[in-house]
Structures are given as structure tokens and as C-alpha cells.
Design a protein around this ligand. Sequence first.
Ligand SMILES: Cc1cc2nc3c(=O)[nH]c(=O)nc-3n(C[C@H](O)[C@H](O)[C@H](O)COP(=O)(O)O)c2cc1C
Length: 218
Amino acid sequence: MQKTCETRSREHLEALHWRYATKKFDPSRQLTEKQLSGLLEAVRLSPSSYGLQPYKILVVTDPELRRQIQAASWNQSQVTEASHLLIFAHRTDFGPELIDSYLDEVAETRGTAREALAGYGEFMKSKLLGQSPEQKASWSARQAYIALGTLLSAASEFRIDVCPMEGFEPARVNQILGLDAQHLSAVLLAPVGFRSEADATRLNPKVRRSHESLFAYL
Ligand SMILES: Cc1cc2nc3c(=O)[nH]c(=O)nc-3n(C[C@H](O)[C@H](O)[C@H](O)COP(=O)(O)O)c2cc1C
């Protein structure tokens, strides 16, 4: 039987109540390939401005790399104890190739003539390429945050734990992973896996601003 919007809404809100920024992962529990690929597919499907997805997601399992990244992440244990470490790295600079490669995908996926997309390509280039390097980097980082939101939401549905993390030194992480040379910069870490029973914070009631203070009806 088809689920109603109300049922789906209730179930998704339950999932959002279930999730929390996991402080302690159970290092003995690993994601299966299928669980990992489900999460990555959700991230791949994340919306972004113009659809350009100006970022890359690194899936780090190498223990030595993770040890080094932990040292550059306020020593937060999630980095090494979670099943997998995802790193969202945004494009620090880009040129017309970001737009052209996307339009190649559009043409192939939708069977559209590439020439028919030229006008749209020029429009995107006129909006994006005239920005300063700082503006470009800020724009691409914001797109990565949307992808993180998609990950958090999907993971809650799958009952997989995540700790979204800004608490790290991007310059050090970039150096460890050789990201500068790829015009990428780490902007978010997301250890994923399963919560430890020993994580007392899992029982903390959620603190959120009230409906009245958060929303305005005009
Ligand atoms: C962008 C972002 C960065 C965060 N950075 C960290 C972090 O470095 N370490 C950490 O333990 N929690 C981090 N958090 C978790 C937040 O503190 C947490 O989401 C917030 O307090 C709400 O609690 P909840 O997610 O458990 O409901 C971060 C969350 C977000 C969205």
C-alpha cells in the first residue's frame, strides 16, 4: 500500500530525532559495501547551484591517513573510530571546464544536442567566472554544505550515524591529502558508522530553537 505524506513525514521526523552528532563510534562495527554505496548515492543525488556539484568527496579508510587527520582535527576520536571517514573538499578555483563538463553530462544524459546548451553555458559562465577567487571558493563551499545536509538526512533514514565536523585545520588536512595541487580544499569531515553504547551524548534531549523564534509568517 502507498504510504501517505503524513506517514512518510512522521517516519522521517522520527529519523531526524534518532540522529545526533555522534561523539563516540563503535570501532568494531563497519558499514557494509551496500550501506556505504547507499550513502554515497544519496550524496551524489544532492542538489547544487546550477547542478554543477563543485566538490569532491573522499572516502578515507587508510588507518595511517586517518590518524594524521585526527591529529589535525582537534584530536576528535570520531575520525579514527568511525567505520569510514568522508571528507567534503570544495573547488577552490575553477574555470570554464567546470561548466563545460557539466553540459557534456546534460547532453549525454538527456540526449540533447550540445550546441543547444551553448546559451545556457554562456549564462552560467557570465554569472560564475567573473567572481573573485574568494567568491568562487565561498560559493563552492556552500554547495558542499548542501551535500552534507543530504548525507545527514539520508543517513538518519538508513539508521547510520554521522558526525558532521568543521572542527579541523583545513590547511593541514589539505597538506596530508595533497589537495592544494588539485585545487580542492577540505571543508567538512563526516565520519560515518554506528554509535557506541558508551556514548552518553546519544541520550541528550535535542536542543533546537522554538518554532516561534525560528519561523516568521508574512
Ligand atoms: C557544519 C557542522 C559542523 C560541526 N562540527 C562539529 C565538530 O567538529 N565536532 C563535533 O563533535 N560536532 C560538530 N557538529 C555537531 C553539532 O554540534 C550538532 O549538530 C549540534 O549541536 C546539534 O546537535 P545534534 O546534531 O546532535 O542534533 C557540527 C555540526 C555541523 C552541522
